[in-house]
Design a protein around this ligand. Structure first.
Ligand SMILES: Nc1nc2c(ncn2[C@@H]2O[C@H](COP(=O)(O)OP(=O)(O)OP(=O)(O)O)[C@@H](O)[C@H]2O)c(=O)[nH]1
Ligand SMILES: [Mg+2]
Length: 200
């Protein structure tokens, strides 16, 4: 009886856990974003930019924000590593797509990788937050420009937002996390994933 009641208590009061994939082409700044998020939202200090190497496997970061637990999965963006992105799609509540706003020469490549990702049905209904990163650099494209180049307003059936951020200064990261929590909470996808995890 006690365990039944405890189970019910746990079910009602446990914090929801959301899985957020951090994607984007190599050198966009994904791992720096993750490390800065750790500094902002946890007791520990994220890695210094100078100590961050190109990602080959998976970096995981957990934070607590707005009464929710968020688990970030940061994957490598080199072209040969993009083929494993889709292994994580079915379990992801939302996507953060990081763009190097200061490197316009790679916008086409980055947009192609984004379009390919969005075509995947396993990501149906997953909110998309585009981080127009490296805003601290002079000449960086604004978030509006990034939104236009990446054709974001044409997305149908998906919640999305483009935010100006800097992993170096922390600009925009709190707003991004707040948007993620508030948006994911309201999606059918979150409910679907929750039902599935309770059933397994
Ligand atoms: N100026 C500036 N540089 C940044 C910022 N974020 C990342 N960088 C730099 O951009 C480069 C790539 O950063 P990473 O975080 O390793 O990029 P990544 O997207 O994780 O790359 P992969 O792991 O190879 O996919 C590094 O030299 C970083 O120091 C930023 O906000 N501003
Ligand atoms: Mg990385």
């Amino acid at each position: 009886m006690f365990s039944l009641l405890y189970g019910l208590y746990e079910y009602i009061f446990r914090k929801d856990e959301f899985h957020v994939l951090i994607l984007g082409v190599d050198k966009a700044g994904k791992t720096n974003v993750l490390e800065r998020l750790k500094t902002i939202f946890t007791q520990s200090i994220g890695l210094d930019p100078g100590k961050i190497l190109p990602t080959v496997g998976l970096n995981v970061g957990r934070i607590e924000a707005h009464k929710h637990n968020l688990v970030f999965w940061d994957l490598g963006g080199q072209s040969g590593l993009r083929s494993i992105w889709d292994k994580y799609y079915s379990e992801a509540h939302a996507i953060v797509y990081v763009v190097d706003s200061a490197n316009r020469t790679r916008f086409d490549e980055s947009k192609a990788a984004l379009d390919r990702m969005l075509e995947n049905r396993e990501l149906g209904g997953a909110p998309l937050l585009i981080m127009a990163n490296k805003q601290d650099l002079e000449g960086a494209a604004t978030s509006q420009e990034v939104g236009e180049v990446f054709g974001i307003s044409r997305l149908e059936g998906r919640q999305f937002k483009v935010l100006p951020v800097s992993a170096y200064t922390g600009q925009g990261l709190k707003d991004g996390v707040e948007w993620l929590v508030e948006t994911v909470k309201r999606t059918h996808r979150a409910l679907r994933l929750r039902v599935r995890s309770n059933g397994s």
